[in-house]
Design a protein around this ligand. Sequence first.
Ligand SMILES: NC(=O)c1ccc[n+]([C@@H]2O[C@H](COP(=O)([O-])OP(=O)(O)OC[C@H]3O[C@@H](n4cnc5c(N)ncnc54)[C@H](OP(=O)(O)O)[C@@H]3O)[C@@H](O)[C@H]2O)c1
Length: 275
Amino acid sequence: MSVPILTTKHMAMPALGLGTWPMKGAECQAAVESALGLGYRHIDTAEMYGNEDAVGAALAAADVPRGEIFLTTKIWWDKPDGPSFRAGFEQSLQRLRQPYVNLLLIHWPSPQLDLPSVLTEMARLQEAGLARAVGVSNFPPGLLKQALAHKIAELSCIQVEQHAMLGQDRILALAGEAGMVTTSYTPLGKGEMLEDEVITGIADRLDATPAQVALAWLLAKPMVAAIPKAQGPERQRENLGAAEIQLSEADIAAIDALPKNRRFVNPSFAPDWAA
Ligand SMILES: NC(=O)c1ccc[n+]([C@@H]2O[C@H](COP(=O)([O-])OP(=O)(O)OC[C@H]3O[C@@H](n4cnc5c(N)ncnc54)[C@H](OP(=O)(O)O)[C@@H]3O)[C@@H](O)[C@H]2O)c1
């Protein structure tokens, strides 16, 4: 199974990873161990998921050298300045039992976010080797532009919701220009899009599954990764198989043409997405 590697100056990220939210405890540890056993080499967690300890336990138990694993964590929006961000991240590293993560993200922007202060701290954490690469999540295009314009930290990645029912053209253009990876979260639309007739039709024709087609559509985009969450080995294996699916231009165009207005993750503290 060959998963493409997306490369920036600071990271080499396997384009398919395992999402871990909302798994916790032994269930999360087992899912991450299973995924690593199947060949996943990219694991996505966050301070807020309450599962960094379980992810850390899985990494410790797994028979895979740490250097082969790409690990992302994210710091919650209640740490809106450099000192609180660093303190939160140091606790994440402890829970993960790791000397470093491959990618450290601001999980969500908040109205209190002191962006220059957090970016400055991220640059320091990167310089110190505690975070090999840094980036942001849930930033609307205008805020991503601001973060890039500061030129304080070299951002390698933006993680946003993206799937066959929600496009991110403005983010993709900005990230592409900046040489950043765009990681697609909720790439299966929580499973809802897997009933869509266009997707099931393509899946039937290619002898693939709807989830594989939905993921392959994302992976066909340059510098785009996806982090589907699947608890059990069967779906984990199935999702990893998306890396083997080649969609034709016509299939890609058919999925492109589906309405792109379905956002599944929109909490009360979400930013103005059009900003
Ligand atoms: N940055 C952020 O703010 C943010 C926000 C949301 C999510 N995320 C990250 O993105 C990851 C994925 O997003 P998500 O969990 O919201 O949604 P998702 O990956 O689109 O969907 C997960 C759901 O789809 C099911 N599923 C998985 N593989 C399947 C398959 N092959 N066929 C049918 N159903 C399948 C899973 O069930 P089972 O597990 O029971 O198999 C689960 O119910 C999260 O785990 C998290 O790491 C980040």
